[in-house]
Ligand binder design. Structure first.
Ligand code: GLC
Length: 428
């Protein structure tokens, strides 16, 4: 998506400050690991996802009329905040403006916003107040792509249109970062039709941080930002700071016919995999136009929250894990503790091969009950486990090690062929 008319000032744009300072701003976010994504807007009224304007070629006049029907019940944001807390989430990100251009906030730069249409309220203010009141960190999603703005497409070929669109966009970001107190995350999306040079994205990020010194920004205005974003998948080579967002069914915005709900087990597994690789999991719900969240999503988030209340120690603040291979489990680690998330419960004995660290003690994380074990240079055998998994949807064991958890299963492969050359460390 390069645009010859508006070349970037420099092709590779530097991070805006030394890594240590960025690290300090990201510290809470790395600790948090789990956030709530909210896709909500006019598209939530017809309920066939947030792309309906484009995917059903809705005439602009008809789409505009949705603003007369988008009148959410009061208190919706407080209920989302309570839901996020129960789910064990630490932050939230709301679509302040999605691709359709409708603003949930009160903007002086357009009339196409909740405060000036039937709703008559500033829904970003309600959201910010609710999340802040619940002790959650606050993120605002803002789509650069804008299907409503008259220059939203024209900007690609017309310098005057580009100027207007960029001024509008920077102006709205200024509103969002000025009018609502501290904002923790600015979550850009979809830079079509401009490249970072065209968006003046470096200035965009500089201004954002000047307005909110503790802010972190993502990478979707085309610059690297503070963290990388992935969508509906885990990265194969995780960068230092990353987040993946995923849907609870298959759609971001409310879709009344999408019944493909993920199970609590899938969601816990994704969360654990993110924590294993040092990343965050931003899990989406699409409330209806009235602000209510589908029961299926609420029930699932409550199960996930229950699990986190027993097992959160293995997720929040977990560092990238050096143990990855098992027939039954996924691992996370914090300090010298290795957490074994058993997705396929084997019954009495669980074996972990190739650990390069010595186990000092082991327990069931949810209850603290000790787990007997024995270890030699090749295997750690945790035994005396109940026949059925004692926790759901995943049972977590904690192994407190005497040194940093590490694993080398390839060494076992080498040793099978050539025991001397492999130099296996026999620790017991
Ligand atoms: C994609 C979709 C958009 C959604 C986003 C979430 O970019 O087009 O609708 O908001 O993913 O990451």
């Amino acid at each position: 998506m390069t645009d010859a008319a508006f070349p970037s000032p420099s092709p590779v744009l530097p991070r805006r400050e030394p890594a240590a300072e960025a690290g300090a701003r990201l510290a809470w976010w790395h600790e948090a690991r789990f956030g709530l994504f909210l896709h909500w807007g006019l598209y939530s009224v017809p309920g066939r996802g947030e792309w309906i304007m484009e995917l059903e070629a809705v005439p602009p006049r008809d789409y505009d009329a949705l603003a007369d029907r988008f009148v959410p019940a009061p208190g919706a944001a407080r209920r989302w905040a309570a839901l996020a807390r129960r789910a064990g989430m630490r932050y939230a990100v709301l679509t302040a403006k999605h691709h359709d251009g409708f603003c949930l906030f009160d903007s002086a730069l357009t009339d196409f916003c909740a405060s000036k249409r039937a709703c008559g309220r500033d829904l970003v203010r309600e959201y910010v107040d609710a999340m802040r009141g619940a002790g959650l960190r606050i993120g605002l999603y803002y789509s650069l792509m804008d299907w409503h703005h008259p220059d939203g497409a024209r900007a690609q070929h017309d310098e005057r249109a580009r100027r207007r669109l960029v001024d509008y966009t920077h102006g709205q970001l200024r509103e969002l970062l000025t009018n609502y107190g501290p904002i923790d995350i600015l979550w850009y999306d979809s830079p079509w039709p401009l490249d970072p040079g065209g968006w003046e994205a470096e200035r965009m990020n500089r201004t954002a941080v000047a307005l909110q010194p503790a802010l972190i920004v993502n990478d979707r205005n085309g610059l690297p930002g503070d963290f990388a974003t992935f969508e509906q998948r885990l990265p194969s080579s995780p960068p230092p700071a990353w987040e993946t967002c995923m849907t609870t069914n298959e759609t971001w915005g409310f879709h009344g016919a999408d019944a493909a709900w993920k199970s609590p087990r899938e969601i816990v597994s994704h969360l654990v995999s993110c924590a294993r690789d040092g990343g965050n999991y931003l899990l989406n719900v699409g409330p209806r136009g009235d602000g209510t969240v589908p029961d299926e999503a609420v029930e699932t988030l409550d199960v996930v929250g229950g699990w986190l209340s027993r097992n959160g120690e293995s997720v929040y603040g977990a560092a990238r894990c050096g143990v990855r291979h098992s027939a039954c489990a996924t691992f996370t680690q914090k300090g010298r503790t290795l957490f074994v998330h058993v997705r396929h419960w084997p019954g009495d004995t669980l074996v972990i091969a190739g650990l390069q660290c010595r186990a000092g003690s082991a327990r069931l994380l949810a209850t603290g009950e000790p787990v007997p074990f024995e270890q030699d240079g090749r295997r750690l055998r945790l035994s005396g486990l109940p026949a059925r998994p004692p926790d759901a949807p995943v049972t977590t064991l904690a192994v407190d090690c005497l040194d940093a958890p590490r694993q080398d299963t390839a060494a076992l492969r080498r040793e099978r062929q050539d025991p001397a050359a492999a130099g296996m460390q026999r620790r017991r």
